[in-house]
Design a protein around this ligand. Structure first.
Ligand code: F6R
Length: 359
């Protein structure tokens, strides 16, 4: 039930920090050690490459988790769209391991790939919010998100829960392989800090509502830009914005804008920069200046340690692997408030269903 909330989406955004804490308690023992099913761990230890297969927001969660898994588990990770992979399978490594990310566990595009990889005899894990769902039953292993039912069509808490679940998985694998980055990464502590930072960000609703009104009340299109993780989060928050507010939104690699898409920038076009990484910060800021000089209405979402005077939204600092958990929240809230303001049903956008069971 949504209780006192006007929409499920807002309730589900608010539930994200609690979901992080639940994932910590579900996947650690009393000594704080990360625990996953032993056979799943063994299977991953025997694999030379992870293929993450997913659609929509779950695919974006795969991208946001790629670096975490590669660094902690020291296994190369490829991210694929289910609807492409099925008919356009890349050359696989010798010992592939498939991870299906699916909130509902019922997505037909993802299931058709699972059926195929089962036929080929490859091991698989479904990371899902729904126990007993089709993809959970048909994969070799399941990890549950423990996020509670997600009702709003626009997925929010499943995105952050998927990143947290893959972090758990990578930490367990990396520790078993004695990878230094995994041994040094204190998952319980860092995920706890991230949950608190998410709470702090969610507490900025009034500010974000004002920003949505200033930037998105009447615009026809909008861009989110960033680099690396900030680009992956840009793709997700652009999807959030377009699917519920119907603003044509694009998540773009900041450096790629000038290779064509910058032609779309007009007087007043909103361009929102996400900046959480010191190495790329000056470059993304440079790209924001380029679009500003062509009339863009720019907005900056930056980590506190990289924040500058004039930036509109400041993200509390968290461990570098967990930045997407926090940097996605302003974009989720921007989509929510922009939609309210433009007068649409936040929870039930046109043309969309919560679970897409046809290919
Ligand atoms: C976006 C959204 C969709 C789903 C996609 C995959 O907010 O909800 O893009 O993420 O249809 O669904 P699952 O994760 O259930 O496989």
């Amino acid at each position: 039930e949504k209780g006192t909330y006007p929409y499920y989406m807002l309730k589900e955004i608010d539930e994200q920090p609690a979901t992080m804490r639940r994932i910590i308690s579900e996947y650690t023992d009393e000594t704080g050690t990360v625990v996953i099913e032993n056979e799943l761990l063994e299977s991953l230890l025997g694999s030379d490459r992870i293929y993450i297969v997913a659609c929509g927001t779950s695919n974006n969660a795969g991208w946001a988790s790629k670096q975490i898994v590669e660094r902690l588990a020291n296994i190369p990770v490829e991210i694929h769209l289910s609807s492409e992979f099925g008919y356009n399978m890349p050359l696989l490594s010798e010992k592939p391991f498939f991870i299906y990310l699916t909130q509902s566990g019922e997505t037909a595009d993802s299931r058709q790939v699972l059926v195929k990889t089962n036929e080929l005899g490859y091991p698989s894990l479904t990371v899902t919010n729904v126990p007993g769902s089709t993809l959970s039953r048909e994969a070799s292993y399941t990890m549950l998100l423990h996020a509670g039912p997600e009702i709003a069509v626009a997925s929010t808490k499943a995105y952050t829960a998927q990143i947290a679940a893959l972090t758990v998985l990578a930490k367990a694998v990396g520790e078993a392989k004695a990878i230094a980055a995994a041994n040094e990464f204190d998952l319980t502590k860092e995920l706890g800090i991230a949950a608190n930072a998410m709470d702090a960000m969610i507490a900025e609703k009034a500010l974000i509502e004002e920003i949505a009104a200033e930037y998105l009340a009447t615009t026809r299109n909008a861009f989110y830009i960033g680099r690396a993780e900030d680009y992956y989060v840009s793709m997700e928050v652009a999807l959030k914005l377009k699917e519920i507010s119907y603003i044509q939104a694009e998540g773009f690699a900041a450096g790629e804008l000038k290779h064509g898409t910058i032609a779309l920038i007009e007087e007043g076009t909103p361009v929102i920069g996400i900046i959480t990484e010191a190495m790329t910060a000056p470059h993304t800021r440079g790209n924001l200046r380029e679009v500003e000089s062509r009339g863009a209405h720019t907005l900056v979402i930056a980590s506190e340690e990289l924040s500058k005077d004039g930036d509109q939204i400041t993200l509390p600092s968290v461990h570098q692997f967990l930045r997407p958990l926090v940097s996605v929240i302003p974009g989720q809230l921007i989509a929510y408030y922009a939609t309210l303001l433009r007068g649409y049903d936040v929870d039930k956008p046109r043309n969309l269903a919560k679970s897409v069971t046809v290919e």
